[in-house]
Design a protein around this ligand. Structure first.
Ligand SMILES: Nc1ncnc2c1ncn2[C@@H]1O[C@H](COP(=O)(O)OP(=O)(O)OP(=O)(O)O)[C@@H](O)[C@H]1O
Ligand SMILES: [Mg+2]
Length: 507
């Protein structure tokens, strides 16, 4: 293992040049109100201070605990300005050529008196050269102020900047621990940097410190824990669920063609360093019920060894009634922030299929999703699964949306044998104790899920009689099962007839 010591200058005490330039341009355009949805207070204060210096403006910061404080000592107000109303009065009555930074202000934006005061300020702000910046998390500007407001997004640190922060934090940690050097490898640093993109400067610092502080090292084994924390930091809504440690998901019976397809593309998904090949973007997985679609979506994350994010359409539609599109957009940008990752859309026909009674909502959701599919920038591999092609919107199935449409058919004999082996192994049963060819022959037309269920119920029966599961008991359970391919023969057959000529078999 090659060892690298992290040393270098401290490039990130100051904000980057581009947010500074952009925010300065907004201030100079005489925008009266700027909304910044961000928790990065030190960075925002620093930006405001620099703009004040460059534009020869006075700068002030208001917080609930300290009241109004000038950013330079010489501008300190002569009277004490403490409450939120006092600060608005102060701005309205006496301020000129100034920037006011209001922190902790979001609760007041719901109050009509504060809103009225702000409106009075913005009406004369341009001529007095005043800019009010409201910053905080979960910021929502009231409708009355929207037309006066510019929303300014603080750009997240780039890969190069994240690398700088890692070096910085390692230096600080070393200084605090008797000049100890942080042990790491180039590969671990590269992985760390790649996985921290999408977080704010503050969060990157926090996570790097936490990773180093555990054992004085940055190693590849830090990554799964780090991804989990990253998800928690980003994931304050419930639309996406997260599975970080996916390596064990790779055990699937059959599906050889699909697994090979993924293996061949793994490098291009993770590195995308050739410039010649487009990185893989995603697949649509169609299939007979219980034939391993959901299993395969998880296995894809396992094969790529990246986290799995599952988008829950039920939560999207129900929990956030009236805010569905906004929340889908948030979830998709969170998936990008978590890149590299697999985004799993289970039973996509239920989420994006046309529903008659929703005022076009599902069409708008589909539109949002398709736009994202076409435009997303980062390594998010999308796996969508579906049972029913009939209610899938044609736009989604059109060539080019997904790299490929795969079909999970009822398992062939060789695959049924490996499914038996996998599930015996999972339950500590010895496959050698069974007549596998007989079991394989008896399960013609069964899905993997039905085979598993037969094993599970036969085990219950055996255990109830104080015995271990044996061939006879399992065969009896299999004979008692009426598989879906028999019970719903027409439906299963129709799906196969549609899919076989149009899609690629998984196996
Ligand atoms: N090829 C397979 N290899 C191993 N196990 C399998 C396979 N196919 C199905 N199974 C077993 O059946 C269970 C159910 O499969 P899974 O949920 O992936 O099917 P599905 O195609 O998503 O079904 P549905 O259409 O009902 O969502 C899996 O958790 C797994 O235990
Ligand atoms: Mg499923």
């Amino acid at each position: 293992m090659s060892q690298t010591n992290l040393q270098g200058p401290s490039p990130h005490a100051e904000p980057g040049e581009s947010p500074l330039r952009d925010l300065e341009a907004v201030v100079r355009s005489r925008t009266p109100l700027i909304a910044m949805e961000s928790g990065e207070e030190p960075l925002i204060v620093n930006l405001a201070r620099q703009i004040c210096r460059r534009q020869q403006l006075k700068g002030y910061r208001w917080t609930i605990t300290e009241g109004l404080v000038a950013l330079s000592a010489e501008d300190q107000p002569t009277v004490s300005v403490t409450t939120s109303i006092e600060v608005l009065q102060f701005i309205h009555d006496s301020a000129t050529r100034s920037i006011f930074l209001l922190l902790d202000f979001h609760p007041h934006l719901k109050d009509p008196i504060h809103v009225r005061h702000l409106k009075d300020i913005v009406l004369t702000a341009a001529e007095r050269m005043i800019t009010v910046i409201v910053a905080g998390l979960n910021l929502k500007m009231p409708d009355e102020l929207q037309s006066f407001t510019v929303n300014f997004d603080l750009p997240l640190p780039t890969a190069e900047e994240v690398r700088g922060i890692v070096i910085d934090v390692a230096g600080e940690w070393g200084a605090r621990h008797g000049q100890r050097e942080v042990q790491t490898t180039n590969k671990a640093i590269d992985l760390l940097v790649r996985n921290l993109i999408g977080l704010s400067t503050m969060d990157v610092r926090r996570l790097v410190y936490k990773a180093i502080n555990e054992n004085g090292m940055i190693s590849e084994s830090d990554i799964p824990g780090l991804m989990k924390t990253k998800y928690e930091l980003l994931g304050r809504d419930g639309v996406l669920t997260f599975e970080g440690d996916t390596a064990s998901f790779a055990e699937v019976g059959g599906m050889r063609r699909l697994c090979k397809w993924l293996e061949v593309r793994k490098h291009y998904f993770l590195e995308n360093d050739t410039g010649l090949l487009d990185p893989p973007r995603g697949i649509l997985l169609l299939g007979v019920q219980g034939c391993g679609k959901s299993l395969m979506a998880k296995a894809a994350a396992g094969i790529f060894r990246v986290p799995l994010l599952r988008l829950d359409f039920g939560v999207l539609y129900n929990k956030y009634y009236g805010e569905t599109e906004r929340n889908l957009r948030k979830a998709l940008s969170m998936a990008e922030a978590m890149a590299p990752c697999v985004l799993w859309l289970d039973e996509i026909e239920k989420g994006l299929g046309a529903q008659s009674d929703d005022d076009g909502l599902s069409r708008r959701i589909l539109g949002t999703f398709l736009t994202w599919l076409a435009e997303r920038k980062r390594a998010v591999f999308t796996v969508a699964t579906a049972n029913d092609i009939q209610i899938l919107p044609p736009e989604l199935v059109r060539k080019g949306r997904f790299d490929e449409i795969f079909f999970a058919d009822l398992p062939q004999p060789a695959t049924r044998e490996s499914i038996f082996r996998i599930h015996f192994h999972k339950r500590s049963l010895d496959a050698g104790a069974f007549d596998l060819p007989a079991l394989v022959a008896a399960t013609e037309g069964f899905s993997g899920s039905e085979m598993e269920q037969a094993i599970v119920s036969a085990m219950y029966n055996a255990h109830a009689q104080g015995e271990k599961l044996a061939q006879q008991g399992l065969l009896a359970e299999i004979h008692a099962t009426r598989p879906l391919s028999v019970v719903m023969a027409e439906k299963v057959e129709a799906l196969r007839q549609w899919a076989i000529p149009r899609t690629v078999p998984c196996d």
